[in-house]
Write a protein that binds this ligand. Structure first.
Ligand SMILES: [Fe+2]
Ligand SMILES: [Fe+2]
Length: 475
């Protein structure tokens, strides 16, 4: 077995442990629990676990893109590759991508946990996995589930750049940004004149092109590298600036700051920036440090507006405190940092990463809506959503009351909460209208849109739901 990164203590055979654990599940379905075959396998597993838990609080096995990681380090062994691949497939079919075992685990707990794997999918009452394990007396072993947005183990490799032709001026701005970011990554200094030309290109040309805007707002099926993400965040911040009516000079400053908000990532090793799956504590700290690195780089660059380092420092801070880096309670981020945060979340959600499929625009807007009020400034989320017109008329959606409806009117003052035409489950009958902006006595929305549904797949005839005589833009 070879591990792909260095470590001090000799690791246990993580692959053998995982294969053994999954095979125990099969043995348990064939033999009674006291059978020697089971006892022997259980002894092996218990010994391996104890060996690791002597020096570690937890034995953490994760499967990330088909590769087994022990405590965040990947392991490979060509000799047993086929057997390991079979184990990984078996776990995936059960919806599991990690097994964590804590100090104090009992020998028999391992057996009960392996037997439980057979019943893991059978959960009609919808009880949480943690509770189901606790009910069986399993308190030192937990399983990680593959959640629907997390397709790490079978993640696609995305191309590093768009494969279809881009708007020429947008393509030109991406090239300029890539050059500028590469200069900084290779130890060179950022040139304020290059930055100024790029900001002018974005404000003067790119934002006027509907094709460029379409390409920036759309789901992006290529690896969303920092330079590309930065150009997109700059344009999206510009859309918010226009929507809230910032003057030209302030808008210019905002676009410059947005373009450079993630420049600190040039000082974080690319393998950490692009790492698929969960980061360990050290890696997370390094990623979080991009805010401080960015502020340092921008403070050392003459000719930039002094707000640029502040936005780089604050764009992962929450409007009411919290987030990173820790700047002390009561430190409210500058309004420009808050604008960049909204653009940043949308852009990151619609961009593909090694470890994650990109979201469609309306799904990304739902992410913004969920984060509004806690991690993002609600007024700015509304401004963004109003600027890009979500939800489009005709979108098929599901509400918090499990109703299915079609967006028939947009509330101009509340674009996240449009008016719906409710439909029967088979989408054949219109049941009436509901205004999702209406709140109950406690101030909560009575009907919240919680998901969008692909109407093409469902064969919905929109002409029955939407009026044929022109569509009212606002209610
Ligand atoms: Fe960032
Ligand atoms: Fe960012």
């Amino acid at each position: 077995m070879t591990k792909t990164t260095d470590s001090v203590a000799p690791p246990i055979d993580a692959l053998a442990f995982l294969r053994g654990f999954v095979s125990l599940r099969r043995l348990a379905s064939m033999y009674p629990s006291g059978h020697p075959v089971i006892a022997q396998k259980l002894d092996e597993l218990y010994q391996l676990a104890q060996e690791h838990l002597k020096d570690n609080a937890v034995l953490t096995l994760d499967v990330i893109r088909g590769e087994v990681h022990l405590d965040g380090m990947a392991f490979r062994d060509e000799a047993t590759a086929t057997a390991t691949a079979q184990t990984v497939r078996e776990l995936a079919s059960l919806g599991i991508d990690s097994v964590h075992i804590a100090q104090g685990v009992e020998r028999d707990e391992i057996r009960v946990a392996a037997e439980f794997l057979d019943r893991i999918k059978d959960n009609p009452s919808g009880t949480t996995l943690a509770l189901r394990l606790a009910e069986r007396g399993i308190t030192h072993i937990s399983f990680g589930r593959i959640v629907s947005l997390d397709t790490r183990w079978r993640a696609r490799q995305w191309p590093d750049a768009p494969t279809s032709p881009l708007d020429p001026l947008y393509a030109q701005s991406l090239e300029a940004a890539e050059r500028a970011f590469e200069t900084v990554a290779s130890g060179g200094t950022l040139d304020a004149v290059t930055v100024r030309d790029l900001v002018q290109l974005l404000i003067g040309e790119v934002v006027r092109s509907n094709a460029a805007l379409g390409q920036i707002l759309a789901l992006k099926e290529y690896e969303n590298l920092t330079y590309c993400h930065s150009v997109n965040v700059a344009i999206l911040s510009l859309l918010i600036a226009r929507q809230v009516g910032l003057d030209e000079q302030t808008t210019y400053t905002l676009v410059e700051a947005a373009l450079l908000h993630d420049i600190g990532k040039t000082r974080v090793p690319l393998e950490i920036v692009k790492k698929p799956g969960a980061l360990n504590r050290v890696e997370r700290k390094m990623i979080e440090a991009h805010t401080i690195f960015g502020a340092e780089i921008l403070m050392e660059t003459p000719g930039l507006h002094p707000i640029a380092p502040i936005v780089a420092l604050e764009h992962h801070r929450n409007p009411h405190g919290g987030g990173y880096p820790d700047l002390g309670e009561g430190a409210r981020p500058h309004i420009m940092s808050q604008i960049v945060s909204v653009a940043d979340v949308y852009e990151a959600a619609t961009g593909a990463r090694t470890y994650r499929e990109p979201l469609r625009p309306e799904q990304a807007c739902l992410v913004l809506a969920r984060l509004a009020g806690t991690k993002l400034n609600t007024a700015l989320v509304k401004a963004f959503v109003a600027a890009v017109t979500f939800f489009p008329l005709g979108s098929l959606v599901r509400t918090s009351r499990d109703e299915t409806g079609v967006v028939v009117r947009t509330n101009s003052k509340n674009p996240l909460h449009p008016v719906l035409s409710l439909l029967s489950d088979d989408l054949q009958q219109v049941l009436g209208e509901v205004d999702t902006s209406v709140r109950d006595g406690s101030g909560a929305y009575e009907h919240q849109i919680v998901a969008t549904i692909s109407s093409r797949e469902r064969n919905l005839d929109l002409t029955r739901v939407l009026p044929s005589h022109g569509l009212a833009r606002s209610a």
